[in-house]
Design a protein. Structure first.
Length: 100
């Protein structure tokens, strides 16, 4: 399989650039994001310009079968179910309220 650097469609926070870099190197996207934030603070924001440049240059990954990049098994699961019935209140005897 030919490995190419592309923006992620599965793990998008802003543009999917950092997740795409993480997928390219085979590491967790959270690690790349933490490193990016750390470098942005240490290098006084200069990685922000690099991020904008990479977001423009790196192409997006081709769309898969699911739309909007949601591949969570629970996404859209509520749309298929019947609407839930409201909960019924418990009946309380008058003796329970005798202290008031």
């Amino acid at each position: 399989m030919d490995k190419k650097l592309r923006k992620s469609r599965n793990n998008v926070v802003l543009t999917g650039t950092l997740a795409g870099i993480a997928e390219f190197f085979g590491i967790d996207p959270t690690i790349v994001r933490v490193i990016y934030v750390f470098l942005s603070l240490v290098l006084i924001g200069s990685p922000i310009l690099l991020y904008i440049l990479l977001a423009i240059i790196i192409p997006a990954a081709p769309r898969g079968g699911q739309s909007y990049g949601h591949q969570n098994q629970y996404y859209g699961a509520n749309q298929k179910k019947q609407p839930k019935q409201p909960k019924q209140a418990e009946k309380i005897d008058d003796d329970d309220w005798s202290d008031f």
